[in-house]
Design a protein around this ligand. Structure first.
Ligand code: 5GP
Length: 112
């Protein structure tokens, strides 16, 4: 997988407001927040997009969701939205898998 901005954040080559880290993943605030709280949870393993994940990544994918929920709680969020853009046609711009976590405002459904 080609190196992305997010691998540079993992390697501390570019700065980010990191709010959680463990051996498998990192959470940091989005540089262009779409809600009062907007952070991204990314695996340290370089997976370009969700549809590139494999059976062997099952536990890692579950871990990303649990971390998203735990960090949301840590951020004081009770209600929040998770979003994963998969591919350019779904507005993915950074090709390193990431879960958006947004909160602090209300959200409509269905999304636009
Ligand atoms: P995507 O559209 O790929 O699902 O979302 C990529 C997200 O990464 C966007 O919300 C964008 O604001 C965020 N982003 C892009 N570059 C950077 C960066 O250098 N630092 C941080 N913290 N977020 C970034």
């Amino acid at each position: 997988m080609a190196e992305t901005l997010f691998s540079k954040i993992i390697d501390r080559e570019i700065p980010a407001d990191i709010i959680f880290e463990d051996d498998q993943c990192l959470a940091f605030r989005d540089i262009n927040p779409q809600a009062p709280t907007h952070f991204l949870v990314i695996p340290k393993k370089p997976i370009a997009k969700l549809s590139d994940a494999e059976e062997a990544d099952q536990a890692l994918l579950g871990h990303l969701l649990l971390v998203a929920s735990q960090v949301a709680k840590q951020e004081g969020l009770e209600d929040f939205r998770l979003n994963v853009n998969n591919g350019a046609g779904a507005s993915q711009t950074v090709f390193h898998l990431h879960v958006h976590v947004l909160g602090g405002r209300s959200f409509s459904w269905p999304p636009g």
